[in-house]
Ligand binder design. Sequence first.
Ligand code: ZN
Length: 173
Amino acid sequence: MSSRSSLRKELSVRQLSGNNQARFYPDNIPRHENEPTREKFEICADTDYGEGVIAKVAFRPGEILFHFQGRLLNYQSLFTLQKRPGLYIEDPYCMGKILHSCDPNAYVDMDTQIFKARRPIKPGEYITMDYETTEDQLFRSFDCKCGADNCRGYICGRLCHVGESGNLISIAK
Ligand SMILES: [Zn+2]
């Protein structure tokens, strides 16, 4: 066997096994730079809030965590974030499982669909974002127990607040 053919065999084996297993996304979502991989993240069931995404490696402030992809929708689901009013992107594999914190360790740019670290992140930490930085109104509002000094308590969306009656009031136009 020539060295060239053994190299080719090694490359094809690596492409078939290692990389595919590392993906969160199914094959119908094309591979792309900085997509989330199982080398860097894992999904864990959290007792209070359902599933969350945990870092398996350390990240520096400003470092890219991942670039997510998904289906564009004109409605919300548990796994969407808002790109602009009335337009949402759904990623049930990774992005849609990021938990909320009022003092999160990550932030997202909805134009580029890239999450970055807001402060140093250690292996074993849940990746968190502030849902009210992207969502005008949440698919499902909740009482936040993030424990941050600046916790806003009831998280319902950036255009909503709780009225005196306790009812949700939308202040969107
Ligand atoms: Zn909070």
